[in-house]
Design a protein around this ligand. Structure first.
Ligand code: C5P
Length: 418
């Protein structure tokens, strides 16, 4: 088998030093690597270092190509099996999204007909800026595979999402992209993570997190839901090409790239936003909605008066958002509920499926995988039976679920927005 060929475009940013390690990993495992440095990238790593490690000429400007009769920019962009942009800066991705070709890197990116994988790195505020999120949604819509950045302390001293994924993670994403890239022999199938967007053209609504039900201005009823599984599902749906509306209860999680997010506090607010978000092709109700709220919310803080008397707390039942959507005339063609159970997981889920009127219940045992953890072992319960999956990290559960949703929607025409 011929060695896989990687065209690595290195943008400007302090994280560019990690691309040196990426080149080393790629070369060690037999990949052919050609590096292109942007003008800003050159400020952080030298062409000499990259040339030594890649054992190939490093390209820095369009002028380099005009020098060489045998290597025009079209050829350079097309002789690779995969184009990797790491670090992908906010500026570089903005240019990619707009189709600007004003230097070698952006010209290659516009001219290529190969899958593109981008590993973003930037300051947290730049990452969270609506312009960047819009550009990422555009790029994903165009078939570019944009990795989620890591979260943590940044070189600029701030904390949050925006760090370049570790070289090992980019390396793994490259191998995954190559594994499903079109065959060089047939050019088929057109299936790669970079342009594998089975939910393209679909609208998906996701609820996530807990709800908070106020008792008075300082106290509320809550539960232990972290929102991690719901946010991972919203991220996976966007990665799969869907237009995603995420209705989130109170959680401290960043908005996944390319997702439209509406924050709510209570079940009643969540129900209103869900209704406003319909119609959709699929709704995935992951939120742990509080079953009850305080029957009357006090306008002022309830005082402890020292008498030893405990104030009564009357509860009222919250609307069952899932059951109400199931009954509504805007019921999505695919309606999915989640169920956190501590015992008899499947039996409870089967009963819930009938009671709620949804198509699938994704049930998980919160005694085995406590709420707030990083993994889930789920059972998909539907009228077709029960499918049990191994314990997986929450993002992997989300991606697997997207494949199943795409299969289920395959024969249905997309829902038109109002
Ligand atoms: O009844 P239970 O809370 O176990 O059902 C869980 C499923 O129902 C989840 O999909 C959850 O989002 C949804 N649900 C809802 N509204 C409620 C309670 C639960 O939509 N009031």
């Amino acid at each position: 088998m011929p060695a896989p060929r990687i065209l690595l475009i290195i943008g400007g940013g302090i994280a560019a030093y990690k691309s040196i390690e990426l080149v080393r990993l790629l070369r060690k495992s037999g990949h052919v690597v050609r590096c292109v440095l942007t003008r800003a990238g050159e400020q952080f790593v030298t062409p000499l270092t990259l040339a030594a490690l890649s054992e190939n000429k490093v390209y820095t400007s369009l002028f380099d190509l005009k020098d060489e009769v045998e290597m025009g920019h079209i050829q350079l962009s097309r002789e690779a099996d995969l184009v990797v942009v790491a670090p992908a800066t906010a500026d570089l991705m903005a240019k990619m999204a707009a189709g600007i070709a004003d230097d070698l890197a952006t010209t290659l990116l516009l001219a290529t007909d190969k899958p593109v994988l981008a590993a973003p790195a930037m300051n947290v505020r730049m990452w969270l800026h609506p312009a960047t999120q819009r550009n990422i949604a555009t790029l994903r819509g165009d078939g570019v595979s944009v990795m989620e950045p890591d979260e943590g302390e940044m070189a600029c001293g701030e904390y949050g999402p925006g760090r370049l994924p570790e070289p090992e993670a980019i390396f793994a994403a490259i191998k995954a992209a190559l594994a499903s890239a079109p065959s060089p022999l047939t050019g088929q199938p057109d299936f790669a993570p970079a342009n594998h967007r089975p939910l393209h053209g679909r609208r998906i609504l996701v609820t996530a997190g807990p709800t908070h039900e106020p008792i008075d201005p300082v106290r509320y009823i809550a539960n232990r839901s972290s929102g991690k599984q719901g946010f991972a599902i919203a991220a996976a749906a966007a990665e799969a090409g869907a237009e995603v509306l995420l209705i989130a209860g109170p959680v401290a999680l960043p908005t996944p790239a390319g997702v439209i997010r509406v924050d709510v506090e209570t079940a009643v607010e969540m129900e209103r936003e869900v209704a406003a978000g319909l119609p959709v092709d699929a709704a995935i109700m992951v939120a742990a909605v509080a079953d009850w709220r305080a029957a009357d919310t006090r306008a002022q803080k309830i005082k402890k008066d020292g008498s030893g008397e405990v104030p009564p707390l009357a509860l009222a039942e919250n609307p069952d958002i899932l059951a109400n959507v199931a009954k509504s005339d805007r019921r999505p063609p695919l309606l999915i509920g989640f169920a956190a159970e501590t015992n008899d997981v499947v039996a409870h889920a089967e009963a819930k499926l009938a009671r709620k009127g949804c198509d699938w219940i994704v049930a998980n045992d919160v005694a085995a995988d406590p709420m707030g953890g990083e993994t889930n072992r789920v059972h998909i319960v539907s009228n077709a039976g029960v499918e049990s999956w191994d314990r997986l990290p929450k993002p992997a559960v989300a991606r697997k679920l997207m494949e199943k949703i795409a299969d289920a929607l395959e024969t249905r025409a997309p829902i038109e927005a109002d």
